[in-house]
Ligand binder design. Structure first.
Ligand SMILES: Cc1cc2nc3c(=O)[nH]c(=O)nc-3n(C[C@H](O)[C@H](O)[C@H](O)COP(=O)(O)O)c2cc1C
Length: 176
Protein backbone atom coordinates (compact mmCIF):
# COMPACT_ATOMS: atom_id res chain seq x y z
CA UNK A 1 0.00 0.00 0.00
CA UNK A 2 1.28 3.49 -0.85
CA UNK A 3 2.05 6.15 1.69
CA UNK A 4 -0.96 8.50 2.09
CA UNK A 5 -1.45 11.43 4.48
CA UNK A 6 -4.76 13.05 5.32
CA UNK A 7 -4.03 16.57 6.57
CA UNK A 8 -6.81 18.78 7.89
CA UNK A 9 -7.59 22.17 9.40
CA UNK A 10 -10.88 22.46 11.22
CA UNK A 11 -12.29 25.09 13.54
CA UNK A 12 -15.41 23.41 14.89
CA UNK A 13 -14.73 19.74 14.16
CA UNK A 14 -16.67 18.79 11.02
CA UNK A 15 -13.62 18.76 8.72
CA UNK A 16 -11.74 16.77 11.34
CA UNK A 17 -14.54 14.18 11.36
CA UNK A 18 -14.35 13.76 7.58
CA UNK A 19 -10.54 13.58 7.71
CA UNK A 20 -10.74 10.81 10.32
CA UNK A 21 -13.21 8.83 8.20
CA UNK A 22 -11.10 9.17 5.05
CA UNK A 23 -7.84 8.30 6.83
CA UNK A 24 -9.47 5.21 8.32
CA UNK A 25 -10.81 4.00 4.97
CA UNK A 26 -7.43 4.47 3.28
CA UNK A 27 -5.28 3.36 6.17
CA UNK A 28 -3.55 6.74 5.90
CA UNK A 29 -1.67 8.94 8.36
CA UNK A 30 -3.93 11.58 9.93
CA UNK A 31 -2.22 14.89 10.71
CA UNK A 32 -3.52 18.26 11.90
CA UNK A 33 -2.25 21.06 9.62
CA UNK A 34 -0.26 22.91 12.29
CA UNK A 35 1.70 19.75 13.11
CA UNK A 36 2.91 19.09 9.57
CA UNK A 37 6.57 19.60 8.79
CA UNK A 38 6.85 21.05 5.29
CA UNK A 39 9.77 18.74 4.49
CA UNK A 40 7.42 15.81 5.25
CA UNK A 41 4.96 16.64 2.46
CA UNK A 42 7.07 15.23 -0.38
CA UNK A 43 7.56 11.93 1.41
CA UNK A 44 3.90 10.99 0.80
CA UNK A 45 2.76 9.44 -2.48
CA UNK A 46 -0.54 11.23 -1.96
CA UNK A 47 -1.64 14.08 0.28
CA UNK A 48 -5.35 14.57 0.89
CA UNK A 49 -5.94 18.00 2.38
CA UNK A 50 -9.25 18.99 4.00
CA UNK A 51 -10.17 22.50 5.14
CA UNK A 52 -13.32 24.17 6.45
CA UNK A 53 -14.80 26.93 4.26
CA UNK A 54 -14.71 30.37 5.81
CA UNK A 55 -15.92 33.31 3.69
CA UNK A 56 -14.87 31.37 0.57
CA UNK A 57 -11.38 30.67 1.93
CA UNK A 58 -10.27 27.08 2.55
CA UNK A 59 -8.79 26.98 6.04
CA UNK A 60 -5.08 26.14 6.01
CA UNK A 61 -4.93 25.33 2.29
CA UNK A 62 -1.77 27.43 1.77
CA UNK A 63 0.21 24.55 3.24
CA UNK A 64 -0.43 22.59 0.04
CA UNK A 65 -0.79 25.43 -2.46
CA UNK A 66 2.54 26.97 -1.48
CA UNK A 67 4.46 23.73 -1.00
CA UNK A 68 4.63 20.93 -3.57
CA UNK A 69 3.13 17.48 -3.02
CA UNK A 70 3.68 14.47 -5.30
CA UNK A 71 -0.08 14.06 -5.73
CA UNK A 72 -2.79 16.20 -4.16
CA UNK A 73 -6.50 15.92 -3.46
CA UNK A 74 -8.26 18.74 -1.62
CA UNK A 75 -11.67 18.55 0.03
CA UNK A 76 -13.60 21.52 1.37
CA UNK A 77 -16.23 21.34 4.10
CA UNK A 78 -18.91 24.01 4.17
CA UNK A 79 -22.53 24.60 5.07
CA UNK A 80 -23.63 25.16 1.50
CA UNK A 81 -25.26 22.23 -0.33
CA UNK A 82 -22.58 20.92 -2.72
CA UNK A 83 -25.21 19.84 -5.30
CA UNK A 84 -26.50 23.38 -5.83
CA UNK A 85 -23.43 25.47 -5.07
CA UNK A 86 -21.29 27.16 -7.68
CA UNK A 87 -17.76 26.67 -6.36
CA UNK A 88 -16.00 28.50 -9.20
CA UNK A 89 -15.20 31.60 -7.11
CA UNK A 90 -13.90 29.46 -4.28
CA UNK A 91 -11.63 27.58 -6.68
CA UNK A 92 -10.41 30.84 -8.23
CA UNK A 93 -9.72 32.38 -4.83
CA UNK A 94 -7.77 29.45 -3.42
CA UNK A 95 -5.87 27.92 -6.36
CA UNK A 96 -3.91 29.06 -9.39
CA UNK A 97 -5.21 27.72 -12.75
CA UNK A 98 -1.95 25.75 -13.12
CA UNK A 99 -2.40 23.97 -9.80
CA UNK A 100 -6.08 23.28 -10.49
CA UNK A 101 -5.10 21.32 -13.59
CA UNK A 102 -2.95 18.98 -11.53
CA UNK A 103 -5.15 18.33 -8.52
CA UNK A 104 -8.64 17.10 -7.75
CA UNK A 105 -11.03 19.04 -5.50
CA UNK A 106 -14.10 17.63 -3.73
CA UNK A 107 -16.76 19.44 -1.69
CA UNK A 108 -18.46 17.98 1.38
CA UNK A 109 -21.21 19.34 3.61
CA UNK A 110 -20.41 20.11 7.23
CA UNK A 111 -22.59 21.73 9.82
CA UNK A 112 -22.83 24.59 12.24
CA UNK A 113 -23.93 25.25 15.78
CA UNK A 114 -24.51 28.98 16.19
CA UNK A 115 -24.35 28.65 19.99
CA UNK A 116 -20.76 27.44 19.74
CA UNK A 117 -19.52 30.14 17.34
CA UNK A 118 -16.87 32.58 18.52
CA UNK A 119 -17.84 36.27 18.65
CA UNK A 120 -16.15 37.21 15.37
CA UNK A 121 -17.68 34.27 13.51
CA UNK A 122 -21.12 35.12 14.93
CA UNK A 123 -20.67 38.72 13.79
CA UNK A 124 -19.62 37.63 10.31
CA UNK A 125 -22.66 35.39 9.95
CA UNK A 126 -24.95 38.22 11.12
CA UNK A 127 -23.41 40.54 8.50
CA UNK A 128 -23.86 37.90 5.83
CA UNK A 129 -27.52 37.48 6.79
CA UNK A 130 -28.07 41.23 6.61
CA UNK A 131 -26.46 41.35 3.18
CA UNK A 132 -28.71 38.55 1.89
CA UNK A 133 -31.84 40.09 3.38
CA UNK A 134 -31.11 43.33 1.51
CA UNK A 135 -30.98 41.56 -1.83
CA UNK A 136 -33.93 41.62 -4.25
CA UNK A 137 -36.11 38.52 -4.14
CA UNK A 138 -34.92 37.46 -7.60
CA UNK A 139 -31.28 37.67 -6.50
CA UNK A 140 -31.88 35.32 -3.58
CA UNK A 141 -30.85 32.06 -5.18
CA UNK A 142 -30.93 28.60 -3.64
CA UNK A 143 -27.47 29.05 -2.07
CA UNK A 144 -28.72 32.03 -0.12
CA UNK A 145 -31.93 30.23 0.78
CA UNK A 146 -29.89 27.38 2.25
CA UNK A 147 -27.90 29.89 4.32
CA UNK A 148 -31.06 31.50 5.68
CA UNK A 149 -32.62 28.11 6.44
CA UNK A 150 -29.78 27.19 8.76
CA UNK A 151 -29.13 30.66 10.23
CA UNK A 152 -29.12 30.70 14.03
CA UNK A 153 -29.63 26.95 14.36
CA UNK A 154 -27.65 23.82 15.05
CA UNK A 155 -27.36 21.66 11.96
CA UNK A 156 -25.17 18.69 11.16
CA UNK A 157 -25.03 17.46 7.58
CA UNK A 158 -21.89 15.37 7.95
CA UNK A 159 -22.41 12.07 6.17
CA UNK A 160 -19.84 9.29 6.01
CA UNK A 161 -21.29 8.02 2.73
CA UNK A 162 -20.23 11.21 0.93
CA UNK A 163 -16.52 10.39 1.33
CA UNK A 164 -16.89 7.47 -1.07
CA UNK A 165 -15.93 9.33 -4.29
CA UNK A 166 -12.81 10.70 -2.54
CA UNK A 167 -11.75 7.27 -1.28
CA UNK A 168 -12.34 5.74 -4.72
CA UNK A 169 -10.40 8.49 -6.50
CA UNK A 170 -7.51 8.25 -4.01
CA UNK A 171 -7.27 4.47 -4.45
CA UNK A 172 -7.19 4.83 -8.23
CA UNK A 173 -4.58 7.58 -7.99
CA UNK A 174 -2.10 5.58 -5.92
CA UNK A 175 -2.60 2.42 -7.96
CA UNK A 176 -1.66 4.24 -11.17
C1 LIG B 1 -17.62 33.01 9.68
C2 LIG B 1 -18.06 31.83 8.89
C3 LIG B 1 -17.94 31.84 7.50
C4 LIG B 1 -18.36 30.74 6.74
N1 LIG B 1 -18.25 30.79 5.38
C5 LIG B 1 -18.70 29.74 4.63
C6 LIG B 1 -18.62 29.77 3.21
O1 LIG B 1 -18.11 30.71 2.60
N2 LIG B 1 -19.15 28.72 2.52
C7 LIG B 1 -19.72 27.64 3.16
O2 LIG B 1 -20.18 26.72 2.50
N3 LIG B 1 -19.77 27.57 4.51
C8 LIG B 1 -19.28 28.60 5.26
N4 LIG B 1 -19.33 28.53 6.63
C9 LIG B 1 -19.79 27.29 7.27
C10 LIG B 1 -18.61 26.38 7.64
O3 LIG B 1 -17.82 26.13 6.51
C11 LIG B 1 -19.13 25.06 8.21
O4 LIG B 1 -19.67 25.32 9.46
C12 LIG B 1 -18.07 23.96 8.28
O5 LIG B 1 -18.70 22.75 8.61
C13 LIG B 1 -16.98 24.35 9.26
O6 LIG B 1 -15.93 23.42 9.27
P1 LIG B 1 -15.18 23.03 10.63
O7 LIG B 1 -16.24 22.47 11.57
O8 LIG B 1 -14.20 22.01 10.25
O9 LIG B 1 -14.55 24.26 11.19
C14 LIG B 1 -18.89 29.61 7.40
C15 LIG B 1 -18.99 29.58 8.79
C16 LIG B 1 -18.58 30.67 9.54
C17 LIG B 1 -18.70 30.62 11.04
Amino acid sequence: MKNIAVIYKSKYGTTKRYAEWIAEELDAALIEESKVKISQLQSYDLVIFGGGLYASGILGVKLVTENPCKNLIVFTVGCAKPEITDFSNILKKNFTPELLEKIKVFHLRGGIDYKKLGLIDKGMMAMMRKMIMQKDEKEKDSEYEAFLETYGNKVDFTDKGTIEPIVKFAKEMVER
